[in-house]
Design a protein around this ligand. Structure first.
Ligand code: TRH
Length: 376
């Protein structure tokens, strides 16, 4: 599976269109950095790079970020070796024309990759690596190749940096919390990165009634707004809602991707969302609840189910996911802030993480895949 080191250094063009939220750019940036750290030269074309201002303010060596606007300014741009469209975004015909004429003129292999969304559904393994002939436009006659991230060895795998475990082992939770101005007294730490989950009020209520105090570390943006709304409501409707001070809330600033990992490593329970943060929560190896990105046709129900099946989630974890994501009435939420529940979830996530760590990461598989296409 591995690309025998050193992998040949190729020039990559990754195209990323930001649909909403941060996941499209978060994944593309992480992939770009992973490739660059393995000697690849990466150009990341993105239509809205603003989130990189906080996710990765200092950039990364070997990654060039370029604005992706129509019409594309091709002046002086050589299209490179690998063309990647992330999540089905459509690359401009002028770029494809330039790529096609370059590879035809030089007799090079077509290394055009379509990076797909992450899913544990069986189609990911079935479709991973499939070619698709381009039937029209300037790329007519070329072949696109579908690359599916996934949780099993027969998919494209998950993004993971080579130094992840070493960084994790050296992490000092108390010092990191102190840097944020949090005087941690041993209370249970729960991170919250979500949209507006229907199960949120039930969980917050549970925190106020639990035996042990909980500090909720709430990420900036939608999660903060959702918690704030609930707190305002409680203040109006039942002012003594937190009289025993069992729920402590810390509203967080936007973090770099590196510090976002630190948040997940610091907590006893991680409530994450989308795609990239789910993967980071798996690497953090703590009990987790996933707020899946909702799709209009409810396609996310099957996707959530496939993930929980792969995870071998215990019944309480399945129920919590169903209620958190609104697949079932939100209340009552299973009592997840209890040691025995969290212990069972911990055992489950630890097992899953071990299984994943035994597999190659996505970048290793992608480099090997591209090398195979190039040498076929
Ligand atoms: O923001 P998201 O909900 O993105 C979503 C999903 O990827 C979804 O699958 C996709 O279809 C949709 O976008 C368009 O969640 P995700 O994927 O976890 O991305 C968040 C990124 O933001 C991730 O890279 C972590 C990063 N992040 C930080 O770097 N700092 C922060 O403070 C926070 C809260 C997040």
């Amino acid at each position: 599976m591995s690309c025998a080191p050193p992998c040949p250094s190729l020039k990559w063009n990754i195209f990323c269109r930001v649909i909403d939220n941060y996941g499209d750019l978060g994944v593309c940036w992480r992939l770009a950095v992973n490739l660059a750290r393995r000697g690849q030269a990466v150009r990341l074309w993105v239509d809205d790079a603003s989130a990189l201002g906080w996710m990765a303010p200092t950039g990364a060596p070997g990654v060039e970020v370029l604005p992706w606007h129509a019409p594309l300014d091709m002046d002086g741009v050589v299209p490179g070796d690998v063309l990647m469209e992330a999540f089905g975004c459509e690359i401009d015909p002028e770029f494809i024309a330039s790529y096609a004429s370059r590879i035809r003129a030089k007799g090079l292999k077509c290394l055009w990759i379509n990076l797909e969304y992450l899913s544990a559904e069986t189609y990911a393994a079935r479709c991973h690596g499939l070619p698709s002939s381009v039937m029209s436009g300037p790329g007519r006659g070329l072949t696109k190749h579908f690359f599916y991230p996934g949780f099993t060895p027969d998919t494209g795998g998950l993004l993971r940096e080579p130094d992840l475990l070493a960084r994790q082992a050296a992490f000092d939770r108390r010092a990191w919390l102190a840097r944020l101005g949090i005087d941690w007294q041993g209370e249970r730490l729960v991170s919250l990165f979500c949209y507006e989950p229907v199960g949120l009020p039930a969980l917050l209520q549970q925190c106020t009634q639990a035996a042990q105090p909980t500090r909720l570390l709430v990420t900036a943006g939608r999660a903060s707004a959702a918690v704030q709304l609930w707190v305002d409501e409680q203040n109006t409707l039942q002012p003594p809602w937190n009289k025993n001070k069992k729920l402590l809330i810390s509203y967080l600033p936007t973090f770099t991707q590196t510090d976002f990992d630190h948040l997940l490593w610091a907590c006893n329970l991680n409530l994450v969302r989308g795609e990239d943060s789910l993967v980071r929560a798996l690497w953090a190896g703590k009990p987790l609840v996933w707020h899946i990105y909702p799709q209009d046709d409810n396609a996310h129900h099957a996707k959530l189910d496939a993930f929980l099946t792969w995870l071998k989630a215990p019944a309480s974890m399945r129920l919590a996911h169903a209620r958190w994501n609104g697949l079932e009435p939100a209340a009552p939420m299973p009592a997840l802030l209890q040691d025995d529940t969290l212990d069972a979830w911990q055992a489950c996530v630890t097992q899953a993480r071990t299984k994943l760590l035994a597999q190659d990461d996505l970048t290793t598989r992608l480099l090997a895949y591209v090398q195979r296409l190039d040498s076929d």
